[in-house]
Structures are given as structure tokens and as C-alpha cells.
Design a protein around this ligand. Structure first.
Ligand code: DX5
Ligand code: ZN
Length: 216
């Protein structure tokens, strides 16, 4: 499968959000990556349902929501109603992860689980067959524009082995500190979905940067 590009809207110009969404629509990007932060699980607050509702009105590509919130099950129905296709929760934020995954599936969404940099791939052994996607955090979650953590390469390789061992179809998503320089090594290591925020939106020509990431 050719890798997918998911621009992270966190780094977009919120004053011109409509234009930013149109740019992504017309670009070679595959998904919209939406980072929801609660100020508890991560030390930052981003945006929530009202903003996603507005984005959903304009967006003509799948919505991929990354929930950096404690006890995310409280909002699964909301995200379903907003039209989210991939819903990713954090391993570290769910006490009953298996139940959370079941609930996401029962609502008709694809289920993803994100791992913080300190969380080992083996934690997912007993749920990997149920997952549509695993998100490897290659920075500590909470902010755009941070530096890539090099150890993430090893985690991608280990995750690829776990997926293959289980004959699973799980996608590997990498999020945080992705640049035009490291994206090709990430894809070579096994990444299927590349998230990029500042690399895209802080560049001179965001749609050209998306094209370059897609051409790798
Ligand atoms: C960080 C978010 C990321 C963030 C990535 O907590 O999950 O999606 O927007 O931003 P960059 O690509 O700038 O590291
Ligand atoms: Zn994210």
C-alpha cells in the first residue's frame, strides 16, 4: 500500500481555517488529522466538537481524530455524529481499553490506539488483532513543532513484527516531528500513515510540501 498523508490541523492558521481546509481538499493529502487535547492528559488545550463540526462541513476527505483526553469514552457518540472515520484513543488514558475499542467499532468507526514514547509495543499484544490503526507518538503529545524522538524507528519495526505475527491488517501511523528529511526512513521502517503539522503548515507552500511527502 502506498503511504497516506494526514496533515495535522493543529498547525493550521485558525483565522483562515476554511482556506486551510480547502487547501488540504485540493492537495494530495489523504486524511485530516484532528488533535483533541483536554489540558489534563496533556498540558495543552486545543479544540473540540464545535470546531470539528465546522471542519467537517468543508472537509471532503476522511477525518482522523486523535484524542489526547482522559476517559475518552465519554465523547465517542459525539465524534461519531461529527462524521469521524478513524477514532484514536491513548493507551495511557483508557482503563478498559478493550471495551473502548469495542465501543468505537460498535458505533461504526475504525479504532486506533496511540502509544506515548514511554509505552512499549508489547502492551498491545492482546488487542492488536482488533485494531485498525496504532499511532506511535514520536514526540510527547501536547504540542506541534517538537523534535522527533529517534527511538521511534525501533518501535515501528517492533510494531510491524507484532502486526505480521498476528496476520493483522493494522495501519501504523507516526505522529510528531515528521519532516521531509525523516519521512522516507519512517516509511521504509514500516509506517503507513504519516502525520505532519508544522512541516506542512509552516512551509512556504503547504500543498507542495504535501505533494513531496506523498511522492516519497
Ligand atoms: C502532538 C500532536 C501532533 C502534532 C504534530 O501532540 O498529536 O499531531 O500536531 O505536529 P508536528 O508535526 O509539528 O510535530
Ligand atoms: Zn496527533
Amino acid at each position: 500500500m502506498k503511504h497516506l498523508i494526514a496533515p495535522s490541523i493543529l498547525s493550521a492558521d485558525f483565522l483562515n481555517l476554511g482556506k486551510e481546509i480547502q487547501m488540504v481538499n485540493q492537495s494530495q493529502a489523504d486524511w485530516f488529522h484532528l488533535d483533541v487535547m483536554d489540558g489534563m492528559f496533556v498540558p495543552n488545550i486545543s479544540y473540540g466538537q464545535p470546531v470539528i463540526k465546522a471542519i467537517a462541513r468543508e472537509a471532503d476527505k476522511p477525518l482522523d481524530a486523535h484524542l489526547m483526553i482522559m476517559d475518552p469514552d465519554r465523547y465517542f457518540d459525539d465524534f461519531k455524529n461529527l462524521g469521524v472515520e478513524y477514532l484514536t484513543v491513548h493507551y495511557e488514558a483508557c482503563t478498559h481499553l478493550h471495551r473502548s475499542i469495542q465501543r468505537i467499532h460498535n458505533l461504526g468507526m475504525k479504532a486506533g490506539v496511540a502509544l506515548n514514547p514511554h509505552s512499549h509495543i508489547s502492551l498491545l499484544e492482546d488487542v492488536i488483532a482488533d485494531l485498525d490503526m496504532v499511532l506511535i507518538m514520536s514526540v510527547n503529545p501536547g504540542f506541534g513543532g517538537q523534535e522527533f524522538i529517534h527511538r521511534s524507528y525501533t518501535k515501528i519495526t517492533k510494531l510491524r513484527e507484532l502486526i505480521d505475527r498476528n496476520n493483522a491488517k493494522t495501519l501504523i501511523q507516526v505522529d510528531g516531528g515528521v519532516t521531509l528529511d525523516n519521512a522516507s526512513s519512517l516509511i521504509a521502517a514500516g509506517a503507513d500513515v504519516i502525520v505532519a503539522g508544522s512541516t506542512i503548515f509552516k512551509s512556504e507552500s503547504p500543498d507542495e510540501t504535501i505533494r513531496q511527502l506523498k511522492q516519497i
